[in-house]
Ligand binder design. Structure first.
Ligand code: NG6
Ligand code: CA
Length: 509
């Protein structure tokens, strides 16, 4: 960055004068970087993206303060692969194990792999991860004992501090992990976790529905905790189990205390919300607030937390020195496994903003998500149509901070992120190895895929799969209504060849 180079030169030039030296050091300070990462929030779920049935005034503040991207993308239509891609700058199809992980899966990253926090650490950042993880813990091929030191994990891939939900809120173990240990675990009540067999005497959602306050619609019928049955079996560790209703407050508190502790340094914070992923169990003070049932209430709860976080930055005088990004890991879903009236109470709300598909889908709504960025005093308010992806944070922030990008796929589009250019990426691969789409310029190409065209009847989302090639012109047909592959055979060949080249370069590792 010219900005940084200029100041570095100033630093060298004045280095004989200690007083000036310390002043110039002050000016060269890189901005703090915060990524606020929603879980399953759709392109149409925020009022700043046109939602009328739901109000998100706090998240909208980021759009008012900065940039609202209209073409912002997560890497994949599910959680783990998107998070992997955001943190490594690598397309998730390069890593076969980058798929929705069980709660006892090993750490997805090799400890040698470059990550965004590792890169930022080399540039002097203190790095923290709070909230949803879903990226595994422990060594491959080794059963993790959750009662001992939990490693490798976030601390081994570049985070200085971590306070994380171990997996997802619908998967056991229902605990938080702080650095290397489960929070609140007592020696006399160890926790045990299994994804194959239940523990003797432990009730399950399937056998004991009378114990439930929220019933599954499909799946989610194993161990019961807090009146909610989950995926997987757990026993013990009672003192350590999280309370779903408090989770939003717990993550906010941890995020604020991380910022408080490191506000005089340069920090990077990855703040992963659990909302509005299932089970949707907001704190009672948000129940009924949206009129859309628990899914809407969970979004209102997250919006409140974002407001508290932004207020804190303002109060501490950090807003001008902090880049804040808000985005989502994949598109929206209504019934994702619990009877929480998400479908019945949705009314006229359009979580996808009218885009085709949703979570799990190769159609646009699977990965086309809200994408906002503010850097007060440095970035002007605007709407940007540049194509931007979470995969590009690594190369772009490496450029901004003078760090090194070692990833395969991350592109430096820092000028687009900071609103100085309308040019983002020109092409992108979306999805993971069992299903991808390829976008270039105005074209969305989905290669032939085997498999069902619909997810199950509860989720009820089109997968985007077809045994024939699909081609859509997003400039004319943003909702992908007309497959024009037959009218443009030469385009289909061109795009399929390009996609093949990208996928073959830097083979899976
Ligand atoms: C699915 C779960 C769904 C959700 C998803 C992952 C069932 C029936 N469905 O398998 O509830 O957990 O995985 O979501 O179990 S993600 O946002 O973390 O990728
Ligand atoms: Ca998700």
């Amino acid at each position: 960055m010219r900005y940084i180079l200029f100041l570095t030169a100033l630093f060298v030039f004045t280095s004989c004068n200690t007083k000036v030296k310390s002043e110039s050091k002050e000016v060269t300070k890189n901005p703090n970087i915060v990524i606020l990462y929603a879980d399953d929030l759709g392109f149409g779920d925020l009022s700043c993206y046109g939602a009328t049935e739901l109000s998100t005034p706090n998240i909208d503040r980021i759009a008012k303060n900065g940039i609202r991207f209209t073409k912002g993308y997560a890497a994949s239509p599910t959680c783990t692969p998107s998070r992997y891609a955001l943190l490594t700058g690598n397309y998730p199809f390069r890593k076969k194990s980058a798929r929705v992980l069980n709660g006892n899966a090993p750490l997805l990253f090799g400890v040698q792999e470059q990550t965004l926090p590792k890169m930022l650490k080399t540039q002097g950042y203190i790095t923290g991860a709070v909230g949803k993880w879903h990226l595994g813990f422990g060594k491959a091929n080794e059963d993790l004992d959750w009662n001992k030191k939990i490693s490798p994990g976030p601390l081994e891939i570049g985070f200085d501090y971590a306070f994380l939900m171990a997996s997802t809120n619908d998967r056991v173990p229902s605990v938080y992990v702080q650095n290397h240990h489960i929070v609140g675990l007592l020696d006399n009540d160890p926790i045990a976790v299994s994804y194959t067999t239940n523990f003797d005497g432990e009730p399950t959602g399937k056998e004991n529905p009378e114990l439930l306050k929220m019933h599954p619609s499909h799946g989610h019928d194993m161990s019961i905790h807090n009146g909610i049955s989950r995926i997987g079996f757990q026993k013990g560790g009672k003192n350590a189990l999280f309370v779903d209703e408090n989770m939003g407050d717990d993550f906010l508190k941890e995020s604020l205390s991380f910022v408080e502790k490191y506000k005089d340094t340069t920090f990077f914070l990855y703040y992963g919300f659990h909302q509005p992923h299932v089970p949707r169990v907001p704190h009672p003070r948000f129940v009924g607030k949206s009129g859309l049932g628990p899914r809407g209430d969970a979004i209102v709860e997250m919006d409140w937390a974002v407001g508290q976080f932004l207020n804190y930055l303002e109060e501490k005088g950090l807003a001008e020195n902090t880049i804040v990004i808000f985005t989502s890991d994949n598109g929206p879903v209504l019934d994702d496994g619990y009877q929480d009236q998400a479908v019945e109470k949705n009314g006229a709300h359009q979580p996808t903003g009218g885009l085709r598909g949703g979570k799990y889908s190769l159609f646009d709504a699977g990965t086309h998500v809200p994408f906002l960025l503010q850097w007060k005093g440095n970035v002007q308010q605007r709407v940007s149509n540049a194509l931007v992806s979470q995969i590009d944070f690594l190369a772009s922030f490496a450029n901004l901070t003078n760090g090194e990008n070692l990833s395969h796929d991350s592109e430096n589009i820092i000028d687009a992120f900071l609103g100085k250019s309308d040019q983002g990426r020109t092409s992108i691969v979306l999805g993971r190895e069992n299903g991808v789409a390829y976008y270039k310029d105005r074209w969305a190409y989905i290669p032939p895929h085997k498999g069902p065209k619909m997810t199950n009847k509860f989720v009820n989302i089109e997968t985007g799969r077809d045994t024939l090639p699909q081609l859509y012109d997003l400039s004319q047909d943003a909702t992908q209504q007309e497959n024009i592959a037959k009218q443009h055979p030469e385009k289909v060949i061109e795009l399929s060849k390009e996609l093949e080249l990208v996928m073959k370069s830097n083979e899976s590792y």
